[in-house]
Design a protein around this ligand. Structure first.
Ligand code: ADP
Ligand code: MG
Length: 682
């Protein structure tokens, strides 16, 4: 039993206090039959009118009951004779369960209700329970009743000695109830308590606990940040010669927003404390060139730079972009991938260790393998939303080890993301970072026109591709599958590719997917870049970062199954050139209400910030932060979609604690964030 409890994170009786109900059953009110809604859990009191056993097909017991307002049916598929005999016409029954619409438009019904029989009409007060029944998250082998019993014992035995972490002064100022009262209320709601609020999770007691949990996450990251900032880092004070040269040769002028964030980043890099900056900018806002500016500052001061991308394809593209920019300046670039010929890898590692390679580009292989830098001064992480909070922190720790060269410090960090995180969420998940934003797209970009079409319009879509290719523009056809399996994705894309080759004989169609060899992927991308391929059929390997300005049409299949953020990212692959770009979202009808709403949002907006905001409303923070973002799932009480309104207050409480009660912080962190979780460094 202990092992079973440990599986759900309960190691000590005290942990049971924080094992909170995830919902409640309301047996405090007897519901009149006429008012029952399908889907509702209800407590009903009725008199038995008829008892029937029906044979044929499946044997079942049907008990019809009535109250003053109407009649309904109790339906049993599993029953024994004694049970059947127990139901007698004229007796009374109290039952609880989920109401369903009956078959064939008949009475409403409850299948297998919990029930109790009475020979005469009982008082309603005896039938209803005094308080809500808590339902706890459990695990196989632990029954609901056992869980309730243990929690009850913990409340009796442990609650009294549970320490309050928030000082009284802070509680009063922010109107928070005492911890013990909150826990007592949540586990055993007193009869008079606002049942609707408890069921909805918005009760003051629940909010008090959610507040403390979110506060703990905020505090732990803030502390991490303070600790990190107290270390030393190299100050890049060499002059900006190379950056000035590159800037003059770019062929475009920087937007005001790019110039502003470059200023902010330079200020960081000139300071001998490790920078930790998140650069947010919508898809296509031009983050890569900002990364180049930062990299040159480090390199000009004699340090190495690591640039990490979430996919091999994107890292390969970065290699090409940076080669175009840096070769000419005589700056050596090295590339490191997961799968590489041993000899090439060994040579790359040597050049990194010797310091010959100034800029090292790669996937997370960069930090997983035996990579020793001579003098790593700056790490840049692109598309960081694809990595989780804990991965980010792990990388930071690892980099500190790998700095080498006796530089006596840790590298600066710049992380880039196209997913705009609302400030409130950033406060919890990125409280360890400074944030810069590029809030403007390069001039002359036209909005991507987005249309949603059912699969039945495939031939029209093919016609559109024909037209685009005739005008010497290019197109993507994206075949995403919901499964994260490379293999299945590759199969689906291959099938689509073959079909499109037949359908569009005059168009040069090629295929790219994650199961291809790096060299083959690279060759295909280069030919697409050069315009030798008209239509590229792809899996989501092209989701992030890929930049081919002449591509002006994107078709996304199964669009109804993808999240908004992902669709916006994908769509960001087009509209990078001067011509009007179009994105076609193909779907399989019929569309559900939510799917319809999502596709509508994409049709109406090109603004990543607006889209992220809607996403947050529709799907909750997991989607906005990236599904891989751990931390979100680790919340015990708080639900960010529901508790978002608490966030500004949390920052104020944190401030008050730091100023007046710094001693309280430790206990709050320890209570909510177990040592086994990812913020291992703290
Ligand atoms: P993202 O922010 O999505 O990473 P990129 O850095 O890939 O965007 O830039 C998108 C495209 O815009 C690239 O082709 C890049 O060269 C170009 N670009 C970047 N900044 C500017 C600018 N200020 N003016 C014109 N084009 C720019
Ligand atoms: Mg990019």
């Amino acid at each position: 039993m202990v092992a079973k409890l440990e599986r759900i994170g309960i190691f000590h009786p005290r942990d049971l206090l924080f094992h909170l109900p995830y919902r409640y059953q309301d047996r405090t009110r007897v519901a009149p039959i006429a008012g029952l809604q399908a889907g509702q859990d209800a407590l009903v009191l009725g008199q038995i009118e008829a008892v029937n056993v029906r044979y044929g097909g499946r044997r079942m017991l049907l008990v019809r009951i009535c109250d003053d307002t109407g009649t309904m049916t109790l339906r049993f598929f599993h029953f024994n004779t004694a049970q059947q005999r127990g139901f007698e016409d004229g007796d009374w029954v109290r039952c609880y369960g989920e109401v369903r619409r009956g078959g064939g438009g008949g009475d409403q019904e409850i299948v297998h209700p919990e029930y109790r029989l009475y020979s005469k009409r009982p008082d309603e007060a005896d039938v209803a329970e005094e308080s809500l029944t808590p339902i706890y998250p459990s695990t196989e082998g632990i029954g609901a009743a056992a869980m309730r019993k243990w929690v009850g014992q913990a409340l009796a035995g442990e609650l009294e000695n549970l320490e309050e972490c928030l000082p009284a002064e802070v509680r009063e100022r922010f109107g928070l109830m005492p911890l013990r009262t909150a826990l007592q209320t949540v586990h055993h709601p007193p009869p008079a308590e606002d049942a609707d609020a408890l069921v909805a999770g918005t009760h003051r007691a629940q909010q008090r606990l959610a507040m403390e949990e979110l506060l703990a996450h905020h505090l732990v990251l803030s502390r991490l940040r303070a600790k990190h900032k107290s270390r030393s880092a190299p100050a890049f004070t060499a002059d900006r010669g190379n950056w000035d040269t590159l800037r003059a040769r770019l062929g475009f002028s920087l937007t005001a927003a790019q110039q502003r964030v470059i200023g902010e980043i330079f200020a960081d890099l000139e300071t001998p404390a490790p920078a930790m900056r998140l650069l947010q900018g919508d898809v296509g806002s031009g983050k890569t060139v900002v990364a180049a500016a930062a990299a040159l500052r480090a390199i000009d001061s004699g340090y190495q730079v690591a640039l990490m991308a979430p996919t091999e394809l994107l890292s390969e593209q970065h290699r090409q972009t940076f080669s175009r920019w840096f070769d000419w300046l005589g700056i050596e670039i090295e590339w490191l991938a997961g799968r590489m010929p041993a000899a090439a890898r060994a040579q790359a590692l040597r050049r990194i260790a010797s310091g010959e390679a100034k800029l090292v580009i790669g996937t997370h292989a960069l930090f997983q393998q035996q990579v020793e830098f001579r003098q790593l001064g700056l790490m840049i992480i692109d598309e960081q939303h694809r990595f989780g909070v804990d991965q980010r922190l792990a990388l930071r720790n690892k980099a500190a080890v790998n700095i080498g060269g006796g530089a006596g410090g840790v590298p600066h960090q710049l992380i880039m993301s196209a997913t705009p995180i609302p400030r409130s969420l950033a406060m919890i998940f990125y409280a360890d970072l400074d944030i810069s934003g590029i809030d403007e797209l390069p001039p002359g970009r036209k909005q991507v026109q987005t249309v949603a079409l059912p699969n039945s319009r495939r031939l029209d879509v093919a016609e559109r591709i024909r037209g685009v290719c005739r005008d010497n523009q290019q197109a993507y056809w994206v075949c995403p599958l919901i499964e994260e399996s490379d293999k299945l994705q590759a199969q689906a894309a291959t099938k689509t590719h073959d079909a499109l080759v037949k359908l569009l004989p005059e168009v040069n169609v090629e295929l790219i997917h994650g199961r291809m060899k790096s060299a083959d992927k690279e060759a295909v991308m280069q030919r697409f870049h050069r315009g030798e391929i008209d239509l590229l059929v792809a899996t989501t390997v092209i989701e992030v970062g890929v930049d081919v300005p002449a591509a002006s049409l994107m078709i996304i299949e199964n669009a109804e199954r993808l999240g908004l953020a992902q669709l916006h990212q994908l769509r960001g692959r087009v509209g990078r050139g001067a011509q009007q770009a179009t994105c076609v979202l193909m779907y399989q009808p019929p569309l559900g209400k939510l799917a319809k709403e999502r596709l509508g949002i994409l049709r109406d907006s090109n603004d990543g910030f607006v889209i992220a905001g809607k996403d947050l409303e529709l799907r909750g923070p997991g989607e906005v932060l990236g599904t891989r973002q751990t931390g979100v799932q680790q919340m015990k009480v708080a639900n960010l979609a529901r508790d978002r309104a608490l966030l500004p207050t949390i920052e104020r409480i944190a401030q008050a604690l730091r100023e007046h009660h710094p001693d309280a912080i430790d206990a709050i962190i320890q209570r909510w964030i177990s040592a086994r979780e990812s913020y291992a460094e703290v």
